[in-house]
Design a protein. Structure first.
Length: 197
């Protein structure tokens, strides 16, 4: 599959294909180490962190990441994400963000109920509402950045999602540029051989 867009990030293209599959009644398996992509999961989907946490279903995400899939973007907006250079709200770490979202459900509900933030059992709860209020604009901008678009324009998504032989010339050029040796090249050749037979 080969798609690209200067306006959308890879996460958005993946999100669009997941949403397309959902409309077709087909669950998705998202193979990635990127926790941001867990926000795309619904009950029938799987997040496969092949080099870490293994295969996780929707109901297993809170035990691994502290919040439900639909709260991941809000969580990252609050707590920050160093990998994507999202600063988060100063004074709100991972545990505080988890407790705020467990109590209120979403970033919007937190901001709609700042007068009740003191009810959340976290250190510094009395001053937390003021911190959140001071950094409201940054949190809302971060929320836009941490969310994944699921509406990128993709022509013929069904065709693009069909298995196809790898383009060995392009793969080898990439491997040459990156200084990658023969083991991965042989693997690409074995996969290509499957499609020749």
């Amino acid at each position: 599959m080969e798609i690209g867009s200067p306006r959308y990030e890879a996460d958005d293209l993946i999100g669009t294909l997941v949403e397309h599959g959902r409309r077709q009644g087909r669950p998705s398996t998202i193979v990635s180490r990127d926790k941001d992509l867990t926000q795309l999961l619904s009950k029938d989907d799987v997040f496969w962190d092949f080099a870490g946490k293994g295969k996780l279903g929707y109901d297993e995400i809170p035990a691994s990441f502290g919040v439900w899939p639909e709260q991941i973007a809000d969580f990252l907006a609050l707590a920050g994400d160093a990998v994507d250079n999202i600063k988060g709200v100063p004074g709100v770490g991972r545990k505080t963000a988890e407790k705020l979202l467990a109590h209120f459900g979403s970033l919007d509900e937190i901001y709609d109920n700042l007068h009740r933030v003191h009810e959340v059992n976290v250190r510094g709860a009395k001053t937390l509402a003021a911190k959140l209020d001071t950094h409201r604009d940054a949190a809302m901008l971060a929320r836009q950045l941490t969310g994944i678009a699921c509406d990128a324009p993709i022509d013929a998504p069904e065709l693009l999602m069909q298995p196809a032989a790898p383009k060995l010339g392009e793969i080898n050029a990439l491997f040459d540029e990156a200084g990658i040796g023969t083991a991965l090249r042989r693997q690409a050749e074995r996969v290509s051989d499957i499609y020749r037979h």
